[in-house]
Design a protein around this ligand. Structure first.
Ligand code: COA
Length: 140
């Protein structure tokens, strides 16, 4: 599923098109949550995802998001980013809308974790979890 945007930009959920080296280079150095993530792990996360969304400008990967789902009721959004030079122009919101509202998981309950950008996700209905939500940390 592809979505052409004005100005030579494009959203695409083809996993084969993801520039894993570019995604890894950004996430493993520029984010607090994936700092130091090995290349092989990033490659596997792309391969095992239920949907990966890329944002491209003239075929250069400039943004990304990854969705994991049980295929029925629950979806989880992770690794959302837009390269710094392209921020503040609505692309983050477009990646989230395309991932959450315009894909095969639109009818599901969504989860995500982030320390910042809560305001951005609120626009798409994300709010602090209900009292029923629990979380188990991964072992060290
Ligand atoms: C978060 C991120 C994806 C936003 O991308 P972006 O292209 O700049 O976002 P947009 O231009 O679509 O912004 C849409 C709206 O969200 C708001 N917003 C953007 N980043 C925000 C943040 N960090 N906190 C709160 N609100 C934010 C914008 O002000 C804008 O509001 P408006 O529509 O009222 O003007 C980008 O800043 C990024 O890659 N950050 C580093 C990675 C990261 O922190 N990811 C989130 C954790 S999963």
């Amino acid at each position: 599923m592809k979505k052409e945007l004005p100005g030579g930009y494009e959203l695409d959920d083809s996993a084969a098109r993801i520039d894993v080296a570019e995604v890894h280079s950004f996430l493993s150095t520029q984010t607090y949550w994936a700092k130091g993530r090995p290349y092989e792990i990033q490659e596997r996360l792309v391969r095992e995802a239920n949907r990966v969304v890329g944002l491209y400008h003239e075929n250069r990967q400039i943004g990304f998001a990854r969705t994991v789902s049980d295929g029925v009721a629950i979806a989880y959004l992770a690794d959302v980013y837009v390269l710094p030079e392209y921020r503040g122009r609505g692309f983050g919101a477009m990646i989230i809308r395309f991932s959450v509202e315009e894909g095969p998981f639109a009818r599901m309950r969504w989860y995500l974790h982030t320390v910042d950008a809560h305001g951005l996700y609120k626009k798409f209905g994300f709010a602090p979890p209900s009292a029923r939500a629990l979380e188990r940390q991964a072992p060290e």
